[in-house]
Design a protein around this ligand. Structure first.
Ligand SMILES: Nc1ncnc2c1ncn2[C@@H]1O[C@H](COP(=O)(O)OP(=O)(O)OP(=O)(O)O)[C@@H](O)[C@H]1O
Ligand SMILES: O=C(O)C1=C[C@@H](O)[C@@H](O)[C@H](O)C1
Ligand SMILES: [Mg+2]
Length: 173
């Protein structure tokens, strides 16, 4: 089985993915990390030096590669991965994949992203909490349609990482 974690920037895909993989004794794969490693550049460097479209093409390329060749992995996507090209079809049409949307509220995303925005090129330039709240609200609304196609949704607000992992495991039984 391949477990795919979907959700907005800051929803916890990478953090939860690492812990979930440990419990299941699966390999952990972070799509952002795969792209950065193969390009030999950080995500902000890829955006600034090569542009977002280049990044999106790489995202689809490595997503296809990983879900067609690997088993027993927890795959944490980038926040935008489900929303470009036919990426969500690739995920949902693969019988080995079980997908989870980590659903996090705007205030919680704001708290997490305000202190970590420098590593996220889409929001690193936003200079007030008010503007970031507005950006997240609009962007999340547009993206929810894609995220909601996942097999399962898990609300993450007010939950510890271990609780979220537990809830995912319960849905896998
Ligand atoms: N359940 C949680 N409770 C509190 N903090 C959390 C929780 N889940 C994640 N975090 C924190 O939120 C921040 C963002 O998490 P993470 O980097 O895993 O998000 P992501 O979904 O992978 O984001 P991106 O799409 O940008 O890669 C981290 O500092 C992480 O420690
Ligand atoms: O939400 C997004 O579009 C992104 C999220 C990150 O995981 C990275 O993939 C990149 O910063 C873009
Ligand atoms: Mg991540």
């Amino acid at each position: 089985m391949i477990i795919v974690l979907v959700g907005y920037m800051g929803s916890g895909k990478s953090t939860i993915g690492i812990e979930l993989a440990k419990v299941l004794d699966y390999d952990f794969v972070d799509l952002d990390a795969v792209i950065a490693e193969n390009e030999n550049l950080s995500i902000p460097e890829i955006f600034s030096q090569k542009g977002e479209i280049y990044f999106r093409k790489k995202e689809t390329h490595y997503l296809k590669d990983i879900i067609s060749s690997k088993i027993k992995i927890v795959l944490s996507l980038g926040g935008g991965t489900p929303c470009y090209g036919n990426n969500m079809d690739l995920i949902m049409n693969n019988n080995s994949v079980e997908s989870f949307y980590l659903k996090t509220s705007i205030p919680e995303l704001l708290n997490r992203l305000w202190i970590e925005k420098q590593n996220r090129p889409l929001i690193s330039h936003i200079n007030s909490k008010e503007n970031l709240t507005e950006y997240i609200g609009k962007h999340l609304f547009e993206r929810s349609l894609f995220y909601s196609r996942s097999h399962h949704s898990i609300v993450t607000d007010g939950k510890m990482i271990s609780e979220i992992v537990e809830q995912i495991l319960l849905k896998l039984i």
